[in-house]
Design a protein around this ligand. Structure first.
Ligand code: HEM
Length: 524
């Protein structure tokens, strides 16, 4: 009797809505407190910091240090290579050693290859993209297979002439406007990816399609961090009506859904029209759509794979290239040694080609060291586990989010002595006989693990090799000077997030010689 006024609306529609909203939220709260207590607590999870609440890859919930990978590496020294904590209602397990990553994401990849389920991914249809797709999806295997086919060594070889053309344009742009090097790197990589995937030629940085995708990614990167939205911790809120108080997120998600569909459909429909008109480049879409006996859902699968590639393949490579520029600015000796190797193997009247790679071991080692020194994705992409498991006596609950701390592995002193030193020679051994001195190839870590290993790994390596070796062949990357003529030394300061890049820095990019200018302007 006393409670009745709480539940019976006193007057008007607003009171109705408020009451409904409160009732819904109470239900969610009760469910979230009751459910864990029913599960019992007899199994011991990996140790870890108590009371720490943070999303797995960003500092969006509790703003602490932005290099969260270092924080995790420090904790692993306190708690061991596998530690865990809870964030909202999620179990996060962080793997900080090559062994733990190999044992779980490699050897047990059958159960450790899912992605964390996310209500916002469902609401915005992002769950259809390969990076976010559940390994339980009936389309997962076909999706991975066709992505691999296209971006394998054989698939990438078809696109080599066009990638080489993009690198030549990059060199020209660096020559005419070196200050905006990031813009030129972005143009180069977006051209290579959109040509390979759709056959689309990007003409400039303000290209209509690129602007659409980049705008979409900006909103996505600033609003869709794991852990930002309450609905991810309480998925039942997916059904919360948008017209109730606090339901504004539904309108936001609906807009995100529409824009996600738009950036998927726009280039795909363009490619289909090109194919129909018969003047198409042998792109991924063309190859897939001209197959015989394709299943009815195939078109949708191809569209979703294609729509993943810009998101996965542009920022990652551009970030790695920015890391390269930063490290070259800070390490002139390594830069000079790589340039000398190129001069003696390739000469100065042509640019390096993919076929030169084997004869350029120092350049190859320098690229490995760029990957190691600051992996573009220091915490990889989170996996999740599809069944309860035990690892070295620790209980890992089904559904836990598994974060591989790639940075911790590539800075593990037992594998890479003096890890804060940039030293490409660590992969070469002191002499040919000295195989023992050779340290592990970081490419085994930076591209991820098990059944989720990067689908564009080979394509990425080829584009990075061609960009880096051609830049080293033609330019010097130096410290910029300030107004007083004093050299500016950029800091080793990196952004947080799934893809991490250097904070904005300046450097001076000058052609190595007149012959280099000729090569950039007129070389074949
Ligand atoms: C330096 C460049 C790159 C790095 C460091 C990188 C790294 C990664 C990592 C760490 C993952 C997650 C693997 C895991 O979950 O264990 C991944 C996934 C993926 N990458 Fe890359 N990547 C790069 C370039 C590319 C490029 C150029 C493409 C395509 C054009 C690409 C396409 C993909 C796709 C489709 C996935 C999702 C695979 C899945 O979830 O099954 N990546 N990448």
């Amino acid at each position: 009797m006393v409670l009745a006024p709480l539940w019976i609306p006193v007057s008007g529609l607003a009171a109705d809505k408020a009451t409904l909203a409160i009732a819904f939220l109470l239900l969610v709260l009760v469910a979230s407190f009751v459910a864990p207590s029913l599960q019992g607590n007899s199994k011991l999870p990996p140790p870890g910091p108590h009371g720490f609440r943070q999303s797995p890859t960003s500092r969006s919930i509790v703003g602490r240090r932005k290099d969260i990978w270092r924080q995790y590496a420090e904790w692993s020294r306190m708690y061991g290579p596998v530690f865990s904590f809870r964030s909202h209602r999620l179990n996060i397990v962080v793997l900080n050693s090559a062994k733990a990553i190999h044992d779980l994401l490699g050897t047990r990849s059958k159960i450790y290859s899912d992605r964390p389920s996310s209500a916002t991914n469902d609401l915005t249809t992002l769950a259809k993209s390969l990076v976010r797709m559940s390994s339980q999806s009936p389309h997962f295997h076909t999706t991975r297979r066709i992505a691999h086919e296209e971006l394998s060594a054989k698939g990438t070889a078809r696109h080599l002439p066009s990638i080489e053309g993009d690198v030549k344009l990059l060199l020209k742009n660096l020559l005419s406007d070196p200050k905006h090097f990031e813009q030129h790197l972005r143009l180069c990589q977006s051209r290579s990816v959109l040509k390979t995937i759709y056959g689309y030629t990007v003409e400039s940085n303000d290209d209509y399609l690129v602007t659409k995708i980049e705008d979409w990614m900006k909103v996505y990167n600033s609003t869709m961090h794991p852990g930002t939205w309450l609905v991810d911790s309480y998925p039942i809120l997916k059904y919360y009506p948008g017209w109730l108080p606090g339901g504004g997120f539904q309108t936001f998600m609906a807009k995100r859904r529409a824009s996600t569909e738009e950036v998927r459909n726009l280039p795909f429909e363009w490619a289909k029209l090109e194919i129909k008109s018969g003047k198409s480049y042998p792109s991924f879409v063309l190859n897939q759509m001209s197959r015989e006996n394709i299943i009815p859902e195939h078109e949708e699968i191809v569209k979703n794979v294609a729509g993943t590639m810009y998101m996965a393949g542009v920022d990652t490579v551009v970030s790695t290239m920015l890391i390269f520029f930063l490290l070259m600015t800070l390490n002139p000796d390594a830069q000079k040694r790589a340039q000398d190797e190129i001069s003696s193997v390739v000469g100065s009247d042509r640019l390096p080609q993919l076929s030169d790679r084997e004869r350029l071991p120092y350049v190859d080692a320098l690229i490995q060291e760029v990957f190691r020194f600051h992996p573009g994705g220091p915490l990889g992409v989170p996996h999740s586990v599809t069944q309860d498991d035990y690892y070295e006596g620790m209980y890992i609950q089904k559904g836990s989010i598994i974060v591989p701390n790639i940075w911790a592995v590539t800075h593990d002193e037992s594998m890479y002595p003096d890890p804060m030193q940039f030293d490409p020679a660590r992969y070469l051994g002191k002499s040919e006989k000295d195989a023992k001195g050779i340290q592990p190839d970081p490419r085994n870590f930076v591209f991820g693990f098990g059944r989720r290993v990067c689908a564009g790994m080979y394509f990425a390596e080829v584009t990075l090799f061609l960009q880096i070796s051609s830049i080293l062949a033609t330019f010097n990357i130096l410290k910029e000077k300030d107004a007083d003529g004093v050299e500016i030394t950029p800091q080793l300061d990196f952004t947080p997030g799934i893809v991490s890049r250097p904070e904005v820095f300046v450097c001076k990019i000058v052609p190595r010689s007149d012959a280099a200018i000729d090569l950039i302007m007129w070389g074949q």
